[in-house]
Design a protein. Structure first.
Length: 131
């Protein structure tokens, strides 16, 4: 999910990892709709009016994923960028594998052992929470 924080005259764009334009490229602005890229379908939306300063959120590109190839996401810039919000998820298996690759063998062994043990924490006194 990639969304402009508010409407602007700028455009979100996607290129394939090899540089082929998918949404908003080739000196043309594409209409809102569904576009295939990276092994998934992106839905491109644009607010009714491209008026600056409105409270309305700007353009967005959304996909359920997962993506299977590299993509380049960029902004076709006309005026100041109002900010971009983005969100993505990494599959749990991939995160676990990446963490294991960074760990030393001893750390990996301790982590595997910790995952097998039931979660227990000794209680040494009353629990106090300060706000």
């Amino acid at each position: 999910n990639i969304t402009e924080r508010r409407a602007s005259p700028n455009y979100l764009a996607i290129r394939s990892g090899t540089g082929v334009s998918v949404v908003n490229g080739r000196w043309a602005v594409d209409p809102p709709g569904e576009y295939q890229a990276g092994g998934t379908t992106f839905t491109y939306t644009r607010p009714r009016a491209q008026s600056e300063g409105e409270d309305e959120r700007g353009e967005s590109l959304r996909a359920r994923g997962p993506t299977t190839t590299q993509l380049q996401l960029y902004i076709i810039f006309h005026k100041e960028n109002p900010g971009i919000d983005y969100e993505f998820y990494i599959p749990v298996e991939k995160k676990r594998k990446e963490a294991e690759e960074r760990e030393t063998p001893r750390e990996a062994q301790r982590e595997r052992q910790r995952q097998r043990e039931p979660a227990r924490a000794p209680l040494h006194g009353p629990l106090t929470v300060s706000v």
